[in-house]
Design a protein around this ligand. Structure first.
Ligand SMILES: [Zn+2]
Length: 268
């Protein structure tokens, strides 16, 4: 019998200190966020929350941020070998192709995060083509928060720009953050139609993605646990317990809680 897969939180955030403080300041509501937000705290919390590893996902709100954040992510996360350091990009960045090559080939960052509402762009922005091409070639998963208008939620029509990307890059592993919550029903339809679309189960603040046990069974190896630490009021361990109580079979649960994430980054 093979060993159980590692437990991996596939959606946590880390930024250089000043940027981390700015992000936290925007998200803080009535003191509900209590976890430390500096990288050392975030990295340590992974272990205390019962996980073996995590994907550290930065994001860029405008041009001129991604390059230094990616360098920071590669250098700092190397101190914490259980973290999989991520890259981010913004379509306004001039010479995006160079930034993509540096991050994915030079720094070997193993996952990418794009945040459409924070960055104010559409998933099908044509300027992102250099990213899609190299991510597909190297098998690097791209986590995308597709909603553009609201701060955390995604409307059904905001999922449609994913379709041309999924069609044009059929071997690109594209992970839809929050499984498009509250448009998760449409997101699951898109997952059924496109084998390269995945969903993460990261809650939007205190609202979890209400996928049923039967729906989980339809998408083995396609749904990933994510906590949004340190930007979520519910600790990762508590979020994981909720999933563990859904009555999923052991193998399915192990896939969600880390097996799928481990496999996606093992390719590159
Ligand atoms: Zn997030």
């Amino acid at each position: 019998m093979s060993a159980a897969p590692p437990r991996i939180d596939a959606h946590i955030h880390g930024f250089p200190d000043r940027l981390a403080a700015a992000v936290r300041g925007r998200l803080q509501r009535d003191g509900q966020l209590t976890a430390g937000y500096l990288l050392a705290d975030v990295a340590t919390a992974i272990k205390t929350q019962g996980f073996d590893g995590a994907w550290l996902l930065p994001y860029a709100h405008r041009a001129g941020v991604a390059e230094s954040v990616n360098e920071w992510c590669a250098a700092e996360a190397a101190r914490y070998p259980w973290l999989t350091a991520g890259a981010t990009f913004h379509p306004d960045d001039p010479d995006l192709g160079r930034l993509v090559r540096r991050a994915l080939t030079g720094l070997r960052l193993a996952v990418v995060k794009l945040h459409c509402s924070v960055g104010g762009f559409s998933p099908d922005d044509a300027r992102l083509a250099p990213l899609w091409e190299l991510a597909q070639e190297r098998g690097v998963p791209v986590v995308m928060h597709a909603g553009q208008r609201g701060p955390g939620e995604t409307a059904p029509d905001e999922l449609e720009p994913l379709v041309p990307v999924l069609r044009a890059y059929p071997r690109l592993p594209l992970i839809l953050a929050h499984t498009g919550y509250p448009s998760h029903a449409r997101a699951l339809e898109l997952m059924a139609a496109h084998a390269n679309l995945y969903g993460d189960l990261t809650p939007v603040w205190d609202r979890h993605v209400p996928i049923t046990a039967a729906e989980f069974q339809r998408f083995p190896g396609r749904l990933l646990f994510g906590s949004d630490a340190p930007n979520n009021p519910t600790p990762a361990a508590t979020q994981a317990t909720r999933l563990e109580r859904l009555g999923l079979d052991t193998a399915m649960l192990a896939e969600i809680l880390g097996g799928t994430a481990a496999r996606l980054v093992a390719r590159n």
